[in-house]
Design a protein around this ligand. Structure first.
Ligand SMILES: [Zn+2]
Ligand SMILES: [Zn+2]
Length: 442
């Protein structure tokens, strides 16, 4: 099948392209870019991207799908549907399911369920240790053969430096990046929010920034010791960003991600006791948010990722102390990241880079760009699209978000996976008129 995404403005930072082009796709792969005036390829269906930004498909490298084990919160199919509705063509599934993805059978199950659903590409992340219990390394090689793209014990971070060193050495042998949720549990001590002014005022147990920073520094030092690829998840503090900046300066293979809620909200949001503001790492104070924005701006931060963490409303209806950590994020993340562009923090090219360079972090060489023979995964953006988020219209099975009713400017309006339109914003149905016409003419 031939498809021409015509008359859009292509932003492809990996190739340094920032200009009006059409994208020609055949059989799920990119054939090449064409000028707007060029003769369209024969028999191609047409998507009219006039006035839209055409970007390589956005990748969210940090997502919790709850299958297997907690399908009442999210399934692989509902999570993948939510992903494409949010503009993502690929997502990575964290391994803290029930059972934990610590073996090839679970890895294969996740991939098969995702293929059956047919929305976003789903790349599983395997556990570092068996059952993520921190004591015995998982069979990384077998999981890699089955399709994992990284290893992580997200949520139950590897407790000791000695174990993390062995994990990095082992993962490095399979050229797998090690993703760590940086949290020293002996410092976090069961805290439920950021330790600072607001935790004192509200009388809640706090998690100090140091709990993240001690672990982030540990991991950077171990990256130096082992030479492994190390990726620090959802960084939320100034000291952690600084640790990554230093590690990069010394040439270590350290990368990091930041989540939209961490720069959009601060710990003062907890004062209403809305459990949708409870996440780990927690919402922080101004100085930390400023450091995240600086890292997003200056290139220290490699990727934005949602840490999409669905929970049932009954669980989030518990008292703040008792409620689980996390929020859904797939359908608000691109809108929140447009705030950075409209606010003058980053430009559009950097925005696309932050949502696509996970391909580089994970070694997915045929994704994250629109070069010849890349997978035909594309995200079409309208930076001016004004919209309001209604969680009850969400494709996710869960509704735990602090952004219900929030107004946004900028959206992903079409999501194309493998040359197939898998999501189209209802106000933009005009863009596929050429596709439908071509299809009905056959
Ligand atoms: Zn985490
Ligand atoms: Zn997570």
């Amino acid at each position: 099948m031939r498809l021409l995404i015509k008359n859009g403005y292509v932003v492809d930072p990996a190739q340094g392209i920032n200009s009006g082009k059409s994208v020609f796709v055949e059989d799920g792969r990119v054939v090449g870019l064409m000028g707007h005036g060029d003769e369209p390829p024969e028999g191609a269906e047409v998507i009219d991207a006039t006035g839209l930004i055409v970007a390589p498909g956005f990748i969210d490298m940090h997502v919790h799908l709850r299958e297997p084990g907690q399908e009442y919160k999210e399934t692989i199919a509902t999570g993948a549907a939510s992903a494409v509705a949010g503009g993502f063509t690929s997502i990575c599934a964290m391994p803290n399911t029930q059972p934990v993805n610590d073996n090839a059978a679970v890895t294969r199950f996740v991939i098969e369920q995702a293929e059956r659903a047919g929305f976003a590409n789903v790349f599983p992340i395997g556990a570092i240790t068996k059952s993520s219990e921190g004591s015995e390394l998982a069979e990384m090689g077998e999981m890699k053969d089955a399709g994992i793209v990284a290893v992580s014990d997200d949520g139950r971070p590897v407790p000791t430096a000695g174990m993390m060193r062995r994990a990095m050495e082992y993962a490095n042998g399979f050229d797998l990046p090690v993703i760590d949720h940086c949290e020293d549990k002996s410092l976090a001590r069961g805290g439920v929010m950021h330790e600072g002014h607001w935790s004192l005022v509200l009388g809640m147990r706090g998690m100090p920034a140091a709990a993240e920073e001690v672990d982030a520094n540990r991991n950077c030092q171990l990256a130096g010791l082992t030479g492994a690829r190390v990726h620090l998840a959802h960084l939320s503090t100034r000291g952690a960003i600084e640790a990554v900046r230093r590690a990069k300066e010394t040439g270590l293979r350290v990368t990091c991600e930041v989540a939209p809620h961490h720069w959009t909200l601060m710990d003062d949001a907890v004062q209403d006791y809305d459990t949708n503001t409870k996440m780990s790492p927690p919402l922080r104070s101004r100085e930390h948010v400023d450091a995240l924005l600086e890292g997003l701006r200056d290139g220290t931060v490699d990727a934005i990722a949602t840490d999409h963490a669905p929970h049932h409303s009954d669980e989030k209806a518990l008292e703040y102390d008792q409620a689980p950590f996390g929020m859904v994020g797939l359908e608000t993340a691109v809108g929140l990241s447009f705030d950075l562009v409209h606010g003058g923090i980053i430009d559009l090219e950097r925005l696309v880079s932050l949502w696509t360079s996970a391909a580089k972090v994970l070694g997915l060489s045929n994704r994250g760009h629109l070069g010849e023979n890349a997978h035909a995964d594309l995200t079409l953006l309208d930076p001016e699209c004004a919209w309001t988020f209604d969680p009850f219209q969400s494709k996710s099975r869960s509704r735990n978000t602090p952004f219900a009713g929030r107004q946004f400017k900028g959206a992903a309006v079409a999501t194309i996976v493998g040359g197939r339109v898998v999501f189209l914003h209802p106000d933009y149905s005009r863009i596929t008129a050429g596709q439908k016409r071509a299809a009905s003419a056959r």
